[in-house]
Design a protein around this ligand. Structure first.
Ligand code: TEU
Length: 576
């Protein structure tokens, strides 16, 4: 990885508009709120801001159901506010990327309204319509057995035109038909060029590997014979024309100095990923692989698991799959553990118990900030925000993914208390809602997020303790430690951003240590993933003396005893 591009050493801070900062006091975040926090984002050491969907939308899937690519969701603000946000970023030397959601639109998009108006509509073929199938008893059945990503069928029957349409997510998110060149042209003009002309610096590309559907839309293999619909990701991800579409899209962006990061679920095959992200293939600059965030999740459905049902070697291996992309290929990669679709990393991968959560947050900061690739931080991760309190009732969970899942269990088991308790435990651990409750800014009411007592999601019970203002004044805070790690990452980019990752202790279930070998310098990272002290000794090839050292429990320091404290992390750096 030699070619230097601005995004390679970038640190990208992800903002979820609904939950970041409410400037107008309506209980929902907005663009003006984001603008008011740009200095804070810059102060972290971030170089780029990623804004989750800001477009006009019925908000069935929190903005990932877009009704108009060229206008802003009115409660968030106006096009003028977006122009000010773009200018505000650029004035501070920050870049800005926005979400590009083009696998599907909202069912309220004018294209879909036209498409559904009649079988003869000029836009009929812009979405994926199919006639019904009938079983032996003459019952109407969808064209295939696919399940959507949100626990329901992937097809919805349209009474008016007597056909089914495909939606890999909610019924309110019909999939666009990418096979139609006219549709692709319209997507590029409205969703991509419109925003590049306004000055955005790139895109996080939603569900980037789902545009090309397999020929004939075949049934998925039956994984769960009791289920009405089957998981079909292996069929609809990475379809036959993906590379063609992405090359075309890349070409549309080529006059601009952009970056793209594609969201790439269900793609365990390294060679497939390399095809998307190798510089030579000119498709995407990098992708988010799912190996890390999938650790501990159920296979057939993510919630079909029990908390902490994973071992440390699985995490090491998962990290290897993204880190290895830069070895022996002209490809680039990403480092991230959180986003708006994932529960909080402290609660999932370490401990959110009061006595451990600060240590856990710092140790995970060290992990994230020492991995190669472009680094992504999700709002609140930098202050160690944790999952929603377990005492909150299921009614506090607002997201369609968790509520559909919970309701499907209730229906399937006729409200069996044991099944519901298991389902509740799963969403308490893994729901997307944990990333979506309001950002905690200070100890004032509503955590400084809003002046309105009616916030769209409930403010965390611990907002008075875990917040930005409190940590700004504490040199031992998670926030202070993230800042230190980001400085260090910049200073030692050769090892930390570009270096090769080599696991030292693959089998160890308590301690995670690895080398990062870069040009001119090597880093040794050691992380204790347990709540107990762990013995550890420096590899014999290394001498303690003369190494630069950062310890998560102390900051920059000269020397420490060998044994690692609970959830302690260390990074040693040696120049060659
Ligand atoms: O997510 C795509 C995706 O694959 C999700 O099903 C993801 O695996 C899940 O949310 C994990 O719990 C993207 C967006 O990031 C997500 O917010 C949207 O809901 C989805 O696309 C549809 O646009």
């Amino acid at each position: 990885p030699t070619e230097h591009r601005w995004w390679k050493e970038g640190v990208i801070y992800q903002v979820y508009p609904a939950s970041f900062m409410d400037a107008n006091g309506d209980g929902l975040g907005d663009i003006r709120g984001i603008i008011s926090k740009l200095d804070y984002i810059k102060s972290l050491g971030a170089t780029t801001v990623w804004i989750c969907p800001h477009y006009d939308s019925p908000q069935i899937d929190l903005g990932y159901d877009i009704a108009d690519y060229e206008s802003v969701y009115p409660p968030y603000g106006t096009l003028k506010d977006m122009d000010d946000l773009i200018a505000g970023c650029h004035a501070r030397g920050l870049r800005i990327i926005v979400d590009l959601v083009i696998n599907h639109t909202s069912d309220q998009h004018k294209w879909f309204k036209e498409s559904r108006s009649s079988k003869d509509s000029l836009k009929r073929d812009w979405y994926i319509w199919r006639p019904a199938k009938y079983d032996a008893q003459g019952n109407r059945q969808p064209p295939n057995n696919w399940r959507s990503n949100f626990s329901t069928a992937a097809w919805t029957w349209d009474e008016h035109t007597q056909e089914y349409y495909l939606h890999l997510f909610c019924p309110e998110q019909p999939d666009l038909n990418w096979e139609n060149p006219e549709t692709r042209k319209a997507i590029y003009a409205t969703a991509i060029e419109f925003w590049l002309k306004r000055g955005v610096d790139g895109f996080r590309v939603d569900t980037v590997n789902m545009y090309s559907k397999p020929e004939g839309l075949p049934d998925a293999p039956i994984l769960n014979p009791d289920a009405e619909h089957q998981v079909a990701a292996s069929l609809y991800c990475n379809g036959p024309r993906m590379s063609e579409y992405l090359s075309e899209m890349n070409h549309v962006m080529s006059p601009y100095d952009t970056m793209t990061v594609g969201e790439c679920p269900a793609t365990p095959d390294r060679n497939r990923v390399i095809q998307y992200v190798s510089a030579a293939s000119k498709q995407l600059n990098m992708v988010f692989q799912f190996d890390v965030v999938d650790v501990g999740q159920g296979k057939e459905t993510k919630y079909n698991t029990v908390p902490f049902n994973w071992k440390l070697p699985e995490l090491k291996q998962a990290i290897n799959s993204s880190q290895s992309l830069i070895v022996g290929a002209d490809a680039w990669t990403t480092s991230f553990m959180e986003n708006h679709d994932q529960a909080r990393s402290i609660s999932r991968f370490a401990s959110d118990a009061p006595e451990f959560r600060v240590q856990s947050g710092k140790m995970l900061a060290m992990l994230n900030a020492t991995l190669s690739g472009t680094l992504f931080i999700y709002q609140g991760q930098e202050i160690g925000m944790i999952n929603m309190p377990e005492s909150w009732p299921v009614s506090e969970y607002k997201d369609v993914e968790s509520s559909n899942f919970y309701n499907s269990v209730a229906r399937a088991t006729n409200n069996d208390p044991k099944a519901l308790a298991k389902a509740k435990a799963a969403i308490q651990h893994l729901s997307r809602d944990h990333a979506r409750y309001p950002m905690c800014w200070d100890s004032t009411p509503q955590g400084g997020y809003s002046s309105n007592t009616e916030t769209w999601m409930r403010v965390h019970d611990l907002a008075g303790e875990i917040n930005v203002a409190q940590q700004e004044s504490d040199p031992n805070s998670v926030l202070a430690f993230w800042r230190l790690m980001l400085q260090m990452r910049k200073q030692h980019a050769a090892a930390l951003v570009h270096g090769y990752y080599e696991i030292i202790d693959f089998e160890d279930e308590m301690v995670f240590s690895y080398w990062k070998k870069g040009r001119g310098e090597t880093a040794l990272v050691v992380l204790n993933f347990t709540s107990q002290e762990q013995p550890w000794t420096m590899p014999p090839s290394w001498q303690k003396l003369g190494l630069e050292l950062v310890v998560s429990t102390q900051g920059k320091t000269k020397d420490v005893p060998d044994a690692l404290q609970a959830f302690e992390g260390r990074v040693y750096i040696k120049n060659h």
